[in-house]
Unconditional design. Structure first.
Length: 227
C-alpha cells in the first residue's frame, strides 16, 4: 500500500484528500505545518508527498528542500498560487509536479500515478524505448522510426529536447531546465527557442501537431511528455 503524506493547514482539504485517497487504498498521514511534516516524514518515510506551499511556519520551498535532502519520493505541490514564478520555483526546488487549487480528484490521482510510475521506473533510465503515437523512440540507439519502420530524422537539438522529456514521462520539465540542459545557462531567457523546436518536433511526431497528445506545453512554465 502506497504511503502518502498530505501537508496542508486547511482541515477541509486534508479531510477530503484523506477520504478520497483511503477509498483508493492509499495509506494517508497528514501534517498541518512544515515542521510537523518533516518530522513525520522522518518517522514514516512517504512514498509520495502532497504539499501546500502556504504553510503557517515554513515556506513550501523549505519543506521541499528538507525532504530532498534525504528522499527522492515524488512531491506534488497543491497550491492556490497560480503564478508562473511560484510554479517554476517549486519545480526547481525539487517538486515533481504542481496542481493549482481548486483541483479535480481524478486529475490529482492521474498525476500521482504518473509521478509514481516515473519514480518506480527510474525516470525511464531502465527503458530502452518509448512510443509517441506510431513512432518508436529508441533511447539507446538515438533513432526514431515511423509506423512502417521508416527513419524520422531529428536534428541534434530536437533529439536532446525530446530525450529530456521522454526520460521523465509525466513530469513537468521547466523551460529553464530545458534551456540550461540543451543550450547552457546563458540561454535561460530564450523561451522562443523552445517554441520553435517543439513546433518542429510536433510536426514530425504528433498525429495532429495543432492538438498534441504527447508533447504538451504548460504555458509559461515548461513541457511535459505523456504516453
Amino acid at each position: 500500500m502506497m504511503r502518502v503524506l498530505v501537508v496542508d493547514d486547511e482541515p477541509q482539504i486534508v479531510r477530503a484528500l484523506t477520504i478520497n485517497l483511503k477509498a483508493r487504498q492509499y495509506e494517508v498521514h497528514a501534517a498541518a505545518t512544515g515542521t510537523a511534516a518533516l518530522s513525520l516524514a522522518a518517522k514514516l518515510p512517504p512514498d509520495l508527498v502532497l504539499l501546500d506551499l502556504g504553510l503557517p511556519d515554513l515556506d513550501g520551498g523549505e519543506v521541499i528542500a528538507g525532504l530532498r535532502g534525504w528522499t527522492s519520493a515524488p512531491i506534488i505541490v497543491l497550491s492556490g498560487r497560480s503564478g508562473g514564478a511560484d510554479k517554476v520555483a517549486a519545480l526547481e526546488a525539487g517538486a515533481d509536479d504542481y496542481v493549482t487549487k481548486p483541483f479535480g480528484m481524478e486529475e490529482l490521482i492521474a498525476r500521482m500515478r504518473a509521478v509514481s510510475r516515473r519514480a518506480g521506473s527510474d525516470a525511464g533510465a531502465a527503458r530502452a524505448s518509448v512510443r509517441i503515437g506510431a513512432h518508436l523512440i529508441d533511447l539507446a540507439a538515438h533513432t526514431v522510426t515511423g509506423q512502417q519502420g521508416e527513419p524520422v530524422r531529428l536534428t541534434r537539438t530536437e533529439w536532446e529536447l525530446l530525450e529530456q522529456l521522454v526520460r521523465h514521462p509525466g513530469q513537468l520539465v521547466t523551460q529553464r531546465q530545458l534551456l540550461t540542459q540543451v543550450w547552457g545557462p546563458a540561454f535561460v531567457e530564450e523561451s522562443g527557442y523552445l517554441r520553435f523546436h517543439f513546433g518542429k518536433l510536433r510536426r514530425k511526431l504528433e498525429t495532429d501537431p495543432a492538438r498534441p497528445q504527447h508533447l504538451i506545453t504548460e504555458p509559461g512554465i515548461g513541457y511535459r511528455f505523456t504516453e
